[in-house]
Design a protein around this ligand. Structure first.
Ligand code: FAD
Length: 493
């Protein structure tokens, strides 16, 4: 029987990102997908600030920036949220198609020596104390691979989740969104806008010159999941709500989706994990799903790699669920609020007007925006330092080798002990095989954290491979570092 270290079911954005993270750490991976080949369809049309930072950390952002464009199109329930003053290098959305993200991630996986195995659906598995036997169906007949871990990144209808018997509780659909990627004979003057009208609302986004995504949402209709929506049916729904069809023609893709919001009650069952849409589904309000999946993958990747290299207790893997489940739950919660705000009628018009006035207040706009962009995530991490468990801001630094910044230091996905401004905190030699020590000068006396504000520049911090703070201090010699190193990297050797 073939053996590998990790089997990933699903080569969507989540599975691809996880595969890249594991390969970067030198882990053997089998990346399986049930489809015969990539569809080229794009559900998502953009990524948010935290995901841009994460792609930047791995040197992947430049590839996407050249194929997309920055857009100030953030919103909460279609009420505009401007991100321009956010404390990040990327205070905007990057409009880039999901198909482009998938192609670039697949290209990166190929560079790291991994090819997607198409036509290879996971159809079963059995786990024991030392590994998982994964059963693969598809045209090449049944096969089995033995791995240490299996990760289900196989989308909302995840076979891995169902086979593991993990409950997917939540709320059923109350409305329907329909989209068509089309050309327009009579395009509107604006490149990006939305309107409430009649029993729903509609929006128009110009993706590329001549090519538009039209979306119509109806709260008086629930289309059955998996049922077909023809282009002519879409045109009829759109025209009824928008009052025009803008001369739509030449459809490239027509689909529909609902606002069912469900989350796996566990992200881990022994040696089996769930990530991305396999672990959570929700309405695409605010454009958060792909972002959430990529961030799941980056949280899980280094933990699997560290555990596989035998360095650390299995409890590290439990932190994947304790850290990422609340983040997913919060997204489900905010998308429910956003779909509720989309309901038609005078009462909802009044509530929207009230919300709109509130969003004009900077504190409200920033609070909602930090949530949608995921810049304010704080994982439950030991330590009272304001950075503990938060993302490390991408600050400029000077080392003996020249100027750099935090995202650049994270390219190799190794944990970093960053000692700032001549701090001499030392680790002993017991972790040096697993840790990069960087001495640098920070250009500022304060760092700004979304939702927190300015904090004094720390004297030293331990940065996890996913860019979050494992430990930070403001004192010259902090004795708590070895404990943090043991927790996150394993015992001294
Ligand atoms: C209309 C719409 C617009 C959206 N817009 C945005 C947006 O702007 N921003 C955003 O962040 N998100 C957006 N999303 C959500 C985003 O598209 C999803 O969250 C994202 O695709 C999830 O990625 P994934 O890799 O987890 O799952 P998927 O993309 O669903 O990939 C799962 C993969 O698993 C494979 N698979 C399935 N079963 C098996 C099996 N048994 N074995 C092996 N492989 C299997 C599938 O073939 C597929 O390739 C949108 C969604 C919709 C519907």
């Amino acid at each position: 029987m073939e053996t590998t270290e990790v089997v990933i079911a699903g080569a969507g954005p989540t599975g691809l990102m996880l595969a890249c993270e594991l390969r970067l750490a030198g882990i053997e991976v089998a990346l399986l997908d049930g489809l015969p080949e990539r569809t080229g369809e794009s559900r998502a049309g953009g990524i948010h600030a935290r995901t841009m930072e994460i792609f930047d950390q791995r040197g992947l952002l430049d590839r996407l920036v050249t194929q997309g464009h920055p857009l100030q199109a953030g919103h909460f329930g279609a009420l505009p949220l401007n991100f321009a003053d956010f404390d990040t290098r990327y205070p905007h959305l990057l409009a880039v198609l999901q198909s482009v993200i998938e192609r670039e991630l697949e290209g990166r996986a190929n560079e790291l020596g991994l090819a997607v195995r198409w036509g290879s659906p996971v159809v079963g598995f059995e786990q024991d104390a030392t590994g998982v036997d994964v059963e693969i169906g598809g045209p090449d007949g049944p096969r089995r691979i033995r791995a240490a871990y299996l990760v289900g990144c196989d989308g909302g209808r995840s076979a891995v989740r169902k086979l593991a018997g993990i409950d997917f509780a939540g709320t059923a659909a109350t409305m329907t969104g329909m989209l068509a990627d089309v050309e327009l004979a009579e395009p509107p003057a604006e490149q990006f806008f939305g309107r409430r009208r009649g029993g729903g609302d509609f929006s128009v986004v110009q993706f590329q010159p001549g090519w538009y995504r039209l979306v119509v949402q109806r709260h008086d209709l629930i289309l059955e999941r998996g049922s077909q929506l023809s282009f002519e049916d879409f045109r009829a729904h759109f025209t009824e709500i928008a009052g025009t069809d803008f001369g739509m023609h030449s459809p490239r893709w027509v689909t529909h989706y609902g606002d069912a919001a469900r989350q796996a009650d566990r992200y881990r069952d022994g040696r089996v994990f769930l990530a991305g849409d396999a672990a959570h589904i929700h309405y695409p309000a605010g454009g958060q799903g792909l972002n959430l999946g990529v961030q799941d993958a980056v949280n899980l990747g280094w933990k699997l790699a560290t555990t596989l290299r035998g360095n650390v207790s299995d409890a590290l893997l439990d932190t994947y669920e304790t850290e990422r489940h609340p983040v997913g739950a919060r997204v489900l919660h905010n998308t429910r609020a956003q779909t509720a705000l989309g309901r038609p009628g005078p009462h909802m018009d009044a509530l929207r007007d009230t919300m709109s006035d509130l969003i004009d207040l900077d504190e409200v706009r920033r609070r909602l925006g930090f949530m949608i962009t995921a810049l304010d995530i704080r994982y439950d991490t030991k330590g009272a330092h304001p950075l503990a468990g938060r993302r490390v801001p991408d600050v400029d630094l000077t080392t003996t080798e020249g100027t750099t910044r935090v995202c650049e230091l994270l390219r190799t996905a190794r944990p970093i002990l960053l000692r700032l401004n001549r701090n001499q905190t030392h680790t002993g030699t017991g972790w040096h095989d697993r840790l990069t020590v960087v001495d640098a000068r920070s250009h500022t006396t304060h760092w700004t954290l979304p939702g927190i504000g300015a904090i004094p520049t720390p004297t030293a911090l331990l940065i996890r491979p996913d860019g979050y703070t494992a430990w930070a201090t403001n004192t010259p010699h902090d004795p708590t570092l070895p404990e943090a190193l043991t927790t996150w990297l394993g015992p001294s050797r």
